[in-house]
Design a protein around this ligand. Structure first.
Ligand SMILES: *[C@@H]1O[C@H](CO)[C@@H](O)[C@H](O)[C@H]1NC(C)=O
Ligand SMILES: *[C@@H]1O[C@H](CO)[C@@H](O)[C@H](O)[C@H]1NC(C)=O
Ligand SMILES: *[C@@H]1O[C@H](CO)[C@@H](O)[C@H](O)[C@H]1NC(C)=O
Ligand SMILES: *[C@@H]1O[C@H](CO)[C@@H](O)[C@H](O)[C@H]1NC(C)=O
Ligand SMILES: *[C@@H]1O[C@H](CO)[C@@H](O)[C@H](O)[C@H]1NC(C)=O
Ligand SMILES: *[C@@H]1O[C@H](CO)[C@@H](O)[C@H](O)[C@H]1NC(C)=O
Ligand SMILES: *[C@@H]1O[C@H](CO)[C@@H](O)[C@H](O)[C@H]1NC(C)=O
Ligand SMILES: *[C@@H]1O[C@H](CO)[C@@H](O)[C@H](O)[C@H]1NC(C)=O
Ligand SMILES: *[C@@H]1O[C@H](CO)[C@@H](O)[C@H](O)[C@H]1NC(C)=O
Ligand SMILES: *[C@@H]1O[C@H](CO)[C@@H](O)[C@H](O)[C@H]1NC(C)=O
Length: 529
């Protein structure tokens, strides 16, 4: 070999070593339920059997996943932007926006123009499809957000004969009604099936036409949310499951079910007991919720088999979660979310895919999902890849086998929970939300804290949003729970706790309420003392 060809060979070798492997980035599928709990029999119900088993097979069920705001629109807004509620909300308590999220259905709304997740995936060559419930309101009907290629969305809508706004990139959005199933099937169109069929057909078409381009699909179903309306609204199962028999007959009688709590904040301590009739209504709602999940389980079966048929199962990360938790009779409140209790803020989180080996101890929230998907797509576990608009953490180090060098795993020791009241909300004659039920809470999960009493806490400050929108005045009331000893939050320790502890909790809560980007990530990792 001449010197020249030797050099050329060495040069080529270096080139080969430097060229990043052209292997395709993983596809991503997010299956998002509405109001599915992880604490009162929802996510492990017999009616989600396949889903549960499929994720369990690969140890993909994460028990410590939270939302920062236990109600639909703020929680979804946080998921789609990676931003915390205090950085998304309106400046004043008003009716603008979506449940106090500062968003409107125009392309210039900062929510769509600056904060939205889709352009970050577009930059990585993903095609993005969004199917089902997006936000409750303020969903674009005359444009589709930048970075999205296929759009079939509504604000939750109806279980039966649902309507959506449809568009694909370059086409004008049009309203589309699925009210035409009876002729061919003898039954009305059912929301979960419509969303499932449309999303899976899109995945199929995409893989067949552009096998080398990764896709991100959001499949966002209404189930098991109740069908809003007058009277005694319940969740509506698919017509073919109307009479399905299911194992569970009654909402779980947890120890805090129908419990009187005179030491809790005003809204809870003034609850009358659930009447026998109200108890029966809660049980009916519970079973109607579980029946809607039969169709979600069917959707998961079809999703996995579609991916198998397309030979894409080994190239796709699938996540299954919910926008907030749910309560069924706990603390005498018949049903709903809105509260700082574990039932409301913990959500199911299941994940499976190539290279996905999550640490079971992983603590995460919905603002981390998009940063983490970017981390998984780039196989990069550093925080440098998190877009600077986002407050969330890239948790890829706790999921990728290669990223698991212990010192790189970002451990979240405290989470801010924040909620601005929606006003008076009454369920079965029980007041469950009101203006002075606006709160900031700190959820501490620090198993290595030196003092035993500081390992597993919740601290909550209640204010009136009409008087103190920015939480700058002292709280009206405070709650403190030691979840190590009292996991059902039945004993408020605020009266007897040391003033030093309460002060430290309060200061940390306010620091987190003012955090942004890197300061959020830092403050969450910092121990209380
Ligand atoms: C779901 O979890 C609850 C609480 O851990 C448990 O009591 C219940 O039996 C579980 N249900 C099923 C169907 O596994
Ligand atoms: C809350 O704080 C923001 C930012 O400092 C300010 O613009 C806004 O006017 C305040 N809102 C109220 C109701 O005080
Ligand atoms: C929507 O938000 C944009 C940007 O903040 C603003 O310019 C516009 O006036 C708003 N439109 C409506 C209809 O509220
Ligand atoms: C119903 O209408 C939708 C929208 O036009 C269409 O995509 C779908 O195929 C129709 N379904 C049936 C069963 O005709
Ligand atoms: C969609 O999927 C369901 C199964 O979930 C099926 O029963 C239904 O016939 C399909 N087609 C339509 C138009 O809904
Ligand atoms: C990007 O997607 C196209 C399909 O649209 C594909 O042909 C191409 O290889 C992809 N590029 C990269 C760098 O993955
Ligand atoms: C369910 O049961 C009711 C009452 O017996 C009956 O009217 C209805 O047709 C049944 N639905 C199905 C899908 O079998
Ligand atoms: C709730 O507790 C009260 C007693 O405090 C009891 O009378 C009532 O029957 C209970 N309700 C249910 C649904 O268990
Ligand atoms: C996934 O499986 C298909 C078919 O078995 C194979 O062609 C493809 O290379 C696999 N992809 C990866 C990333 O292993
Ligand atoms: C909260 O508001 C209600 C009226 O809506 C009032 O009765 C109650 O005393 C208030 N509680 C606190 C702690 O301010």
């Amino acid at each position: 070999m001449s010197v020249g060809s030797k050099l050329r060979a060495r040069f080529l070798l270096i080139l080969i070593l430097l060229t990043p492997s052209l292997s395709k980035r993983p596809n991503i599928v997010i299956v998002l339920c509405d109001d599915l709990d992880s604490q009162v029999g929802g996510a492990n119900a017999s009616t989600l059997k396949y889903t549960h088993q499929w994720f369990q097979e690969s140890n993909g069920i994460l028990p410590n996943w939270f939302v920062h705001t236990p109600v639909c629109c703020p929680s979804r807004a946080q998921l789609w932007t990676g931003k915390m509620f205090h950085n998304l909300r309106t400046q004043h308590a008003g009716h603008e926006g979506c449940m106090h999220v500062n968003v409107n259905a125009t392309a210039s709304s900062p929510f769509y123009a600056h904060d939205y997740f889709a352009p970050h995936f577009r930059k990585l060559n993903y095609t993005v499809g969004f199917f089902g419930k997006h936000l409750n309101t303020q969903n674009p009907t005359d444009f589709i957000p930048d970075g999205v290629d296929q759009w079939l969305v509504n604000g939750g809508g109806a279980y039966l004969n649902p309507s959506f706004t449809w568009a694909s990139r370059g086409s004008d959005p049009v309203p589309i009604n699925f009210d035409n199933c009876s002729q061919s099937t003898g039954m009305p169109c059912y929301s979960t099936s419509v969303i499932g069929n449309a999303s899976l057909a899109w995945i199929q078409r995409h893989v067949q036409s552009s096998p080398l381009q990764p896709f991100l699909a959001v499949i966002s179903v209404k189930a098991p949310h109740l069908q809003d309306g007058p009277g005694f609204p319940m969740s509506i199962p698919a017509p073919w499951y109307e009479n399905a028999s299911i194992t569970e007959q009654k909402a779980p009688r947890t120890q805090n079910y129908n419990l009187s709590c005179p030491d809790h904040h005003w809204l809870v301590r003034s609850q009358p007991p659930l009447t026998k009739k109200q108890g029966e209504m809660v049980d009916q709602l519970f079973t109607s919720r579980l029946k809607t999940l039969l169709s979600v389980d069917d959707l998961m079966i079809q999703l996995v088999s579609t991916l198998k048929d397309l030979q894409m199962l080994n190239e796709t990360i699938v996540v299954f979660t919910s926008d907030n938790g749910y309560r069924l009779g706990q603390f005498r409140m018949p049903q709903g979310k809105f509260h700082a209790y574990e039932t409301d803020i913990r959500v199911p989180m299941m994940i499976r895919g190539p290279n996905v080996k999550p640490k079971p101890s992983l603590v995460g929230t919905h603002v981390d999902l998009i940063p983490t998907f970017l981390g998984l797509a780039l196989e990069d576990s550093s925080q440098a890849i998190v877009p600077n608009t986002m407050d969330g953490t890239n948790l890829a180090a706790a999921i990728l086998p290669s990223g698991s060098a212990l010192n790189h795993v970002p451990t979240k020791k405290s989470l801010l929970i924040e909620y601005m009241s929606l006003g008076n909300v009454v369920r079965y004659q029980h007041l469950e939300d009101t203006y002075n039920h606006t709160f900031l809470a700190l959820r501490i999960l620090d198993p290595n804290a030196k003092e035993e009493g500081l390992r597993n806490l919740k601290y909550v400050e209640y204010r009136d949003s009409r008087e103190d929108w920015n939480c700058s005045k002292p709280p009206l009331e405070v709650e403190l729970f030691d979840l190590e000893r009292d996991e059902l939050e039945m004993h408020n320790l605020a009266e007897t706790a040391s003033p030093l502890l309460l002060q430290a909790l309060s200061m940390k809560t306010l620091r987190m309420f003012h955090c942004k980007g890197e300061s959020c990530r830092k403050e969450q990792r910092r121990a209380l003392f």
